[in-house]
Write a protein that binds this ligand. Structure first.
Ligand SMILES: [Zn+2]
Length: 370
């Protein structure tokens, strides 16, 4: 039996009083996060060259600030404790060279906090959820959480357009038998279409998504022309926020759908282990690589395969998937602008299709070794 996690996200409808407390909690979480970060930054600047000292330095805890800032006592202390854990993770990632030094959170950052289940402090009952300090908050529970799923934690968030959500993280036990691998597919990351597969299929975002993205871009252009802080600007800002949420939801649904499709048809999916951040910088694609959703897509794919005993195979990012001829194995240099692969052996194929076949074959080789 292995432990599996599943999150359930519901819309939350706090009353006025609860909304005030939520705003306070978001604020306090941000406040302690920034306080702790400021302390860490100070030590870091002082002992920059001695990583051993930095590693041993004790992490500040939220409790430490409660005397000086008594308003912190009004909010859920677990939320504050999780702010510390988040900062510790960010700090660790920095030390391991996987991320930049953590940044301060400002008011514009996403408003959210996480709290944990301790002694029945969280409970779902009659269209309401009991949360620490808030008591029962109304929710729209569109689906039941199975009885054998244990509640672990809740993340409460507020979107820019003012909607509240609670994401309930659960844990359950499941027996997963490893699946015999028969059907394998390779995916080559593609800018506009998300991916091209070794079956020469593109993931292509649906038409309605493109229509909505264009609408969003137009709304953003209008916002840029308006006087910052004016009434019309504020109105337009809300329009942009709502469209932004809509586009993000559509993209997420599409990524769920595509990953589900692949995870049900194939026993193993092979992808390149791309470092998205590095890639967007190297190729000057800027923001579009992040917006394309590849990171989210591969996360969905990984867990959808795993829960069926199937595999996501990541191949080395230095593997010459683009240069290699998937027919004869020769390597031919390719310019970024070349869309068709031509080999002296006579093989001709779409650039991404050829890559996807190479990725698939490399994945099969790795699976055989394992
Ligand atoms: Zn060839």
């Amino acid at each position: 039996m292995t432990k599996q996690n599943k999150a359930f996200k519901f819309r939350l409808f706090p009353n006025k009083e609860q909304a005030v407390l939520l705003a306070k909690t978001f604020g306090c979480v941000r406040f302690v996060y920034n306080k702790m970060l400021a302390e860490r930054k100070e030590t870091y600047v002082k002992f920059k060259d001695d990583k051993e000292i930095l590693k041993k330095e004790k992490f500040p805890t939220p409790a430490k600030y409660k005397g000086e800032f008594p308003f912190l006592k009004e909010v859920d202390s677990l939320a504050l404790a999780n702010a510390q854990i988040n900062l510790q993770t960010a700090y660790k990632n920095f030390f391991e060279g996987n991320a930049e030094f953590p940044k301060y959170k400002n008011r514009k950052a996403k408003q959210s906090y996480t709290t944990n289940l301790v002694n029945g402090n969280i409970e779902l009952k009659d269209g309401h959820i009991k949360l620490p300090k808030l008591k029962f908050v109304k929710i729209k529970q569109h689906r039941e959480i199975p009885e054998n799923y244990k509640l672990k934690s809740c993340t409460i968030s507020r979107t820019k357009s003012g909607k509240y959500y609670v994401s309930v993280l659960t844990e359950y036990e499941k027996e997963i038998k490893p699946k015999t691998i028969e059907n394998v597919i390779g995916l080559d990351f593609a800018m506009a279409e998300l991916y091209v597969s070794s079956e020469n299929e593109k993931a292509n975002y649906p038409h309605y998504y493109r229509v909505m993205s264009d609408k969003l871009a137009k709304a953003q252009r209008i916002l840029a022309k308006r006087k910052k802080g004016s009434e019309r600007w504020n109105k337009q800002r809300l329009v942009v926020a709502k469209l932004h949420e809509k586009v993000a939801n559509q993209r997420k649904n599409f990524l769920h759908l595509k990953s589900k499709e692949l995870a049900s048809y194939f026993d193993a999916v092979v992808i390149e282990d791309l470092n998205m951040k590095g890639m967007s910088q190297a190729l000057h694609f800027g923001k579009s690589v992040h917006d394309n959703g590849w990171g989210m897509f591969t996360t969905f794919l990984a867990y959808k395969l795993k829960e069926q005993g199937k595999q996501l195979v990541k191949i080395d990012k230095w593997f010459p998937s683009t240069k290699k001829c998937s027919c004869c194995g020769a390597e031919n240099p390719m310019k970024l602008s070349e869309r068709t692969y031509n080999c002296s052996c006579g093989y001709v194929a779409g650039r991404d299709y050829n890559s996807a076949i190479n990725i698939k074959n490399e994945g099969i080789r790795l699976l055989a070794l394992a």
